[in-house]
Design a protein around this ligand. Structure first.
Ligand code: UFG
Length: 325
């Protein structure tokens, strides 16, 4: 299939574009490069544009004539969505709706959407299944939920085939493709831990008084190469007029202290940290139930957190640091 990958210069999008090609598909990248990187999409067709720009979208569709869209483009920093919700609604909702209109005009009826565990908010129980109540606690989570609903409305109206993939905590790298997570400012735990280890400077653990096994938050860390594999599987199973949402995680919860311990073990040096206050909006525990993805997509994540840390370490070595440049 010919696939237009919005946000294909970013972390998960770039790895998935490579995975698509490895699976025999053709990937074209649509990205505004506000946070993505040119080095992450070398060797493939690139359309520079903002998803809010209908003209730029129409030009990309007219040139590439894709059979499907993988939609990664969007704003992803939860605290920023609290201080600047308008930006998140503008890009994640209005931009995504514009993409949907451009698809409709171009007759493109298949889309895989990057959604998030943030649509659930603070869950009543874990592991979280897809039919759990959705009460997002941040504007970011609400924008993801809104576009999921727009897809569900377009499904019967346009005969759209869609899959919304709700990622838990994406991590890792694909050093074999020279790809990994590089952004400024960095807010995600594993790259922060890696930077702390490399610089020999402590990072701050955000909250040590949660009702969890060691007082720190529990998350479900899933490797980016496994996420990429799930996208290819979801894409290949799309059917006109059929929509689905899938949780993507490992069904295993890991605390912040445990992440630090795994990183220290893999890197062969202790990672220093200081204990700080809670970060606003952090639910104590987010762990996925992934039986739906297992049964319907035949997807099982193959990498452990150790594998992800090893991949990040290799990626960092290959580019000589994690700082954006
Ligand atoms: N953390 C620290 N110190 C840091 C950074 C993070 O202790 O310097 C902790 C956080 O408090 C949290 C855990 O590490 O407990 C993971 O934090 P991340 O920022 O890496 O990830 P989140 O769980 O906050 O966010 C992820 C995705 C979001 C998504 C969210 C769902 O990155 O896109 O899950 O709630 F919205």
């Amino acid at each position: 299939m010919k696939v237009l990958v919005t946000g294909g210069a970013g972390f998960i999008g770039s790895v998935t574009a490579r995975a698509l090609e490895a699976g025999g598909h053709e990937a074209g990248i649509f990205d505004d490069f506000s946070t993505g990187h040119e080095w992450a999409c070398r060797g493939r067709r690139v359309y520079r544009g903002d998803i809010r720009d209908r003209g730029a979208l129409d030009r990309a569709f007219a040139d590439m004539r894709p059979d499907a869209v993988l939609h990664f483009a969007g704003k992803i920093i939860v605290p920023e969505s609290v201080t600047n919700p308008g930006l998140y609604y503008d890009v994640n909702v209005i931009g995504s709706l514009r993409l949907l209109e451009a698809m409709r005009t171009a007759g493109c009826r298949r889309i895989v959407f990057s959604s998030s565990a943030a649509v659930y908010g603070t869950p009543e129980r874990t592991p979280i299944a897809e039919d759990a109540p959705q009460n997002p606690i941040s504007p970011y989570g609400r924008t993801k939920k809104h576009f999921e609903e727009a897809l569900e409305d377009a499904r019967p109206a346009d005969g759209l085939g869609y899959a919304s993939l709700r990622y838990f905590n994406a991590c890792g790298a694909a050093p074999e493709w020279g790809l990994g997570e590089v952004r400024e400012p960095e807010t995600h735990l594993l790259p922060i831990v890696m930077r702390a280890a490399l610089a020999g400077k402590p990072f701050t653990v955000c909250g040590t008084d949660y009702a969890t096994r060691d007082g720190t938050c529990v998350r479900d860390y899933v490797d980016v190469r496994d996420l990429a594999d799930a996208h290819v599987r979801a894409l290949e199973r799309l059917k006109p007029g059929v929509g689905n949402s899938y949780n993507l995680g490992t069904e295993r919860g890991t605390t912040v202290r445990e992440v630090v311990a795994v990183a220290g073990r893999v890197l062969g040096r202790p990672v220093a940290f200081v204990e700080g206050p809670r970060r606003p909006g952090d639910p104590p525990e987010l762990v996925a139930s992934c039986s739906k993805a297992r049964e319907e997509l035949g997807w099982t994540p193959a990498r452990s957190l150790e594998d992800s840390v090893r991949a990040v370490a290799e990626f960092v070595r290959s580019r000589g640091g994690l700082e954006a440049r």
